[in-house]
Design a protein. Structure first.
Length: 430
């Protein structure tokens, strides 16, 4: 860690009394203040880890008022722990080193999901083994800072886990006839999380809106070979599947606007409920024999497209938004699953219920979660998906949140659910 300063300051008009001056020259500290207000983050970021001359140091020094220290979620003592470098005698700063970057620093631009290198700390603040945040003091009145640290601790713990691959291909129908509950978001993010941990995953976009195709970055404009051609023209799935550009072991069968009329066109076809079942059976017997997971993103209805998905799948994954209307729709969905079980697919069962858009600040969200867990204690996962801007904005970049911002609370929540699903393989009991 390079030089940092902590010294008394003076008053500045428009800001108020200044009690602390902080100048950080090590870019590795950026992640510690990512959520700070702009003026605080500007104060703490400094010059991206380069050596600076005394003139540059004086020119770029940032002043931070005492209340800004509180805004970061850290006490003044913990700021000392965070920014005071390990006192190593490095000798005088030589000319010509102003542009040199530390070899072990973080990149200036956000990268992929590689784990962060642990920052150097002094012996007085050395963390215990396995916890990079043990030496970081957080005041009791800073719940945001505590939540950020807890989220990053959980992410690192999840990244270190082994995600066992299933003994046979697991096929999920991600279904809920209520719209806007997170079916597509759950499908693509769970698929990406499992694929990032070594599984071979296929997502079948059975929703005419094609949102899963967008999130996985595959082409789905009109005329693109898609699930419509599979269902209506018996085109093999292997010929229409596209590899996601962001995760090597993740594929997607896209949906185009042509699928909007498929419900009507399928009515007169032979084995109309088994069209997708037959196509996937052929794929798993050939080119897709090594697939570990198949997620079928269903439309918000209980028509023939959803029926095809349930006949094909062995498990139903139900995302439930933590609002009252979601409870009303769940009863109808369970009746549909029972009907398919009885007449078309005896192996079908509801294996997983995921609570989405959970806001712990509201009584309604807690009441809905308690109600669902009361009626479905085994199927409902403990982890909930929080409302998250990062999750919502990721598709606009043609990505899932797992690749867009893997450190965000939403990404960590989906990673935890993926770990739960991988560990709950029903094939272990057979």
């Amino acid at each position: 860690m390079r030089r940092s300063e902590l010294s008394p300051g003076v008053s500045t008009s428009g800001i108020g009394p200044v009690e602390s001056v902080i100048y950080v020259t090590d870019v590795r500290l950026r992640g510690q203040v990512a959520a700070a207000p702009f003026h605080v983050k500007h104060c703490l970021e400094g010059r991206e880890g380069s050596y600076v001359s005394e003139r540059e140091n004086a020119h770029h020094r940032a002043e931070m008022p005492a209340y800004s220290v509180v805004a970061t979620g850290l006490t003044e003592d913990s700021v000392n722990e965070l920014v005071v470098a390990e006192l190593v005698d490095e000798g005088p700063v030589e000319e010509g080193l102003a542009d040199e970057q530390p070899s072990d620093g973080l990149p200036a631009e956000p990268g992929g999901r590689d784990p962060l290198p642990p920052a150097d700390v002094s012996r007085e603040t050395a963390p215990s083994p396995g916890d990079a945040f043990a030496g970081l003091g957080v005041s009791d009145d800073s719940p945001l800072a505590a939540e950020m640290i807890a989220t990053e601790r959980l992410r690192r713990e999840l990244e270190s886990r082994d995600f066992p691959r299933p003994k046979r291909t697991r096929v999920f129908a991600v279904s809920n006839q209520k719209g806007g509950v997170g079916k597509t978001t759950t499908s693509v993010n769970l698929a990406a999380a499992l694929a990032q941990h070594g599984a071979n995953v296929l997502v079948i976009d059975a929703d005419p809106q094609g949102n899963a195709s967008t999130a996985l970055g595959v082409s789905h404009h009109s005329g693109t070979p898609s699930i419509y051609d599979v269902l209506l023209d018996e085109v093999p799935l292997a010929r229409v599947a596209q590899r996601s550009p962001h995760v090597r072991t993740l594929w997607c069968v896209p949906a185009t606007i042509d699928l909007a009329g498929a419900d009507i066109e399928l009515v007169s076809m032979v084995r109309r409920e088994f069209r997708l079942h037959d196509a996937l059976k052929d794929l798993l017997a050939g080119a897709g024999k090594d697939l570990d997971y198949v997620f079928i993103d269903c439309p918000p209805s209980l028509g023939l497209l959803t029926l095809n998905a349930m006949v094909t799948a062995g498990e139903v994954l139900i995302p439930i938004q933590c609002e009252y209307y979601a409870l009303e729709g769940l009863t109808q969905l369970m009746r549909t699953v029972e009907m398919v079980q009885k007449h078309l697919n005896r192996d079908l069962h509801v294996s997983t219920i995921v609570l989405t858009m959970y806001d712990a600040r509201t009584n309604l969200a807690r009441d809905v979660a308690d109600e669902v867990r009361t009626h479905f204690p085994e199927q409902t996962l403990e982890t909930t998906i929080p409302r998250s801007v990062r999750v919502s904005e990721a598709p606009s970049f043609g990505q899932t949140v797992m690749t867009h911002d893997p450190h965000s609370p939403g990404a960590v929540a989906y990673l935890a659910i993926a770990s739960d699903i991988a560990s709950r393989d029903p094939g272990d009991s057979t």
